[in-house]
Design a protein around this ligand. Structure first.
Ligand code: NOJ
Length: 658
């Protein structure tokens, strides 16, 4: 389906004042634009209720006048767009991209008469806009000192927020506060509950060659963009023509509806080359054994990444039906304090006890795909000088998946400390992605730049971390966290949460979870690379019955239907497998136990076997983690299920079509 129409307004004479309201295709969402006193402003409405009040737009520039005042309208172009496109992988097979668009061609009335375009798209699911600046005789490049984009939401709205500019990047627990209480800058997606009951999320799409957007309160109490600065204080150095990332305001009637908002992907371009080589992956890893102290990343007696261990894990993958294996700690750089070894980490030389040739050919013989690992510690100049060789080295060994990591508080480049989320970081992540593409390598980026939908254009960007994940278990992760992520972080794309740790009571890393909850994550947290994170012996010897779900669950979906939920309380979602007629349901709750009723009306006609993994009546995330009930029964679309989730628990269901 593809529909496209266009009206061009050639305004005879530039206008000093202008106002227009652009409606979404269904007429419920709208963006009002107003040019008044030389300034351009917008507001966002849903069902005629104002959700974002009159908000200013513009940019402060270093060494030049701001692009903000004295504006006139030269031309306005309105068009509509409607297409449905097929994803290579994801939460849905088909995504509809349907919006009304207005492009306002603005000019300064005096001075250098600089021009820029404000392009606005109004979807049923929200509003997006960006600044587009063409090259002009006296205006060829610019240094952005500050972007002045306001998002003037009611300051009594509640926000679920994590702080920006902190050493652990995005890896924080969320807090919920009224907007007027926000201190400092917060990351996006910033999800808000508006006093009218609508839910909003402010984020950005298509972030290239620019600092990423955080949000803070300005003097008039409005949220305003705070673009991550470079170490010299500038926000971005750009050559014209330049388009900023899209500024996005997702809007939904309720919180669960927000979770299927696809604006971020829709605002990115389709791929420009063939990506048929990209395949989602489920993988195990020589990984959690390090976290629980059985192995080490560093060389020595307990070194994890040895040839012997890698071959054992490959055999285990084969037995357990897992396609891939991650090996961390295989290269030189982990001995001593690895966090300070970043300047000299070596990505093409293995430790003496790890023979990559041998491991790679063993994996190949067994049909297991290796996942390589590059821990850069954020020393991107050291990494960039090895990058091409490092990818080539892996590709030569038929290793087509890589997990790069950027642990540490900074990106260090030529001795300068830059934020991961600054223009320097954004450019680096893009450079790495484009080189990975050249070598047909798929990525699972840890300590990444947040997702802005680039995986539509670069489908080999299979997943990323970019939030507090299970490595924080053992005291710093609370059950409510996974009931907030679907409505916040996950609006920006999939996450490698490192699910499936079944050794939940381990004395080194005791987890705040029940057993059933660990498998629920495969459904509640989308990721096109899903990790079966625990050690093979736990799956084979301790919990083979629970492990069965990990083996069965797919990583790419045909459809996604959020069923129930409240931010910070619970989340229940059903997804249909892309490769079969089967459906899966997952649910997680916060520290409180609750019973949920799921009507199965979304199923197709015919009978299904429901394999249900749920918390036992006495289960509890601290006191009784292992209590689980596994049951099988036949159901049809006329049935419903009542399922109890214990405090800090969850459930998983496979609905297998007869
Ligand atoms: C942090 C990553 O998130 C984790 O998965 C990895 O094991 C360590 N860094 C070491 O690279």
């Amino acid at each position: 389906m593809f529909r496209f129409f266009r009206w061009l307004f050639h305004l005879g004479k530039p206008l000093l004042e202008y106002s227009n309201t652009i409606d979404s295709p269904d007429g419920r969402t709208a963006c009002s634009l107003e040019l008044k006193n030389g300034q351009i402003m917008y507001s966002v409405l849903k069902d005629k209720k104002v959700l974002v009040k009159e908000s200013h737009l513009g940019m402060a520039l270093r060494g030049d006048e701001p692009l903000y005042n004295g504006l006139i309208l030269v031309r306005a172009v309105i068009k509509g767009f409607d297409e449905t496109w097929e994803t290579k992988w994801g939460e849905e097979r088909y995504i509809r991209n349907n919006y009304s668009e207005i492009a306002l061609y603005l000019s300064e009335s005096g001075g250098k008469k600089r021009l820029f375009t404000l392009r606005v798209r109004v979807f049923n699911e929200g509003v997006a806009f960006r600044y587009e600046i063409p090259p002009q005789p006296e205006f060829q490049r610019l240094v952005v000192q500050d972007e002045l984009t306001e998002f003037n939401v009611d300051s009594n709205s509640y926000a679920w927020h994590i702080p920006a500019y902190q050493p652990d990047r995005y890896e924080y627990n969320y807090n919920r506060d009224a907007v007027y209480m926000l201190e400092g800058s917060v990351h996006t997606p910033l999800t808000l509950e508006h006093p009218t009951g609508y839910f909003l999320s402010i984020h950005e799409a298509a972030l290239y060659n620019y600092g990423s957007m955080t949000l803070k309160l300005n003097q008039r109490g409005a949220l305003v963009s705070d673009i991550t600065p470079l170490s010299d204080g500038a926000r971005a150095y750009v050559e014209l023509p330049f388009n900023t990332p899209w500024r996005v305001i997702m809007v939904a009637d309720n919180a669960t509806e927000l979770t299927t908002n696809r604006m971020i992907l829709n605002l990115n371009d389709p791929p420009k080359e063939d990506f048929s080589w990209v395949k989602p992956l489920k993988f195990m890893g020589i990984w959690w054994a390090m976290y629980v102290g059985e192995y080490t990343w560093a060389e020595g007696e307990r070194h994890g990444a040895t040839t012997k261990h890698a071959e054992e894990y490959i055999d285990a993958c084969k037995r357990l039906g897992i396609e891939g294996l991650l090996v961390e700690g295989w290269n030189k750089g982990w001995n001593g304090d690895w966090l300070s070894n970043g300047p000299t980490n070596d990505f093409t030389h293995a430790t003496p006890d790890f023979d990559l040739d041998k491991v790679a050919s063993y994996a190949m013989d067994k049909g297991i795909k290796l996942v390589g690992h590059h821990e850069t510690v954020g020393y991107i100049d050291n990494y960039e000088k090895q990058l091409e060789e490092a990818y080539k080295y892996y590709a030569d060994h038929n290793i087509m998946y890589v997990k790069p990591g950027y642990a540490g508080a900074w990106m260090t480049v030529q001795g300068r400390r830059e934020f991961h989320h600054s223009q320097v970081g954004v450019r680096h992540y893009q450079k790495a992605l484009e080189l990975a593409t050249k070598y047909h390598i798929c990525l699972d980026v840890h300590e990444p730049i947040k997702g802005t939908g680039l995986e539509r254009t670069w489908p080999n960007l299979l997943t990323r971390e970019g939030a507090r994940g299970q490595e924080y278990e053992g005291g710093a992760l609370f059950p409510s966290h996974a009931t907030i992520l679907p409505y916040t972080r996950l609006l920006s794309g999939g996450m490698d949460y490192t699910s499936g740790i079944l050794d939940v009571g381990n004395s080194v890393k005791r987890m705040a979870t029940t057993l059933a909850r660990q498998i629920a994550y495969y459904v509640t947290i989308f990721s096109a690379m899903q990790m079966a994170s625990d050690r093979p012996k736990i799956y084979e010897e301790v919990h083979p019955d629970v492990y069965k779900f990990i083996r069965d669950v797919p990583v790419s979906w045909d459809r996604t239907l959020p069923i129930l939920g409240q931010i910070g309380q619970y989340y229940v979602v059903a997804r249909k497998d892309r490769e079969s007629e089967d459906w899966y349901i997952g649910g997680v709750t916060n520290e409180e136990g609750r019973r949920v009723r799921i009507t199965l009306e979304f199923l197709d006609d015919g009978a299904y076997t429901a394999e249900i993994y749920r918390d036992g009546p006495d289960a509890h995330y601290r006191e009784n983690q292992l209590s689980i009930e596994i049951e099988s029964r036949d159901v049809t679309k006329n049935d419903y299920m009542d399922i109890y989730m214990a405090p800090g628990g969850g459930f998983a269901v496979r609905l297998k079509k007869h």
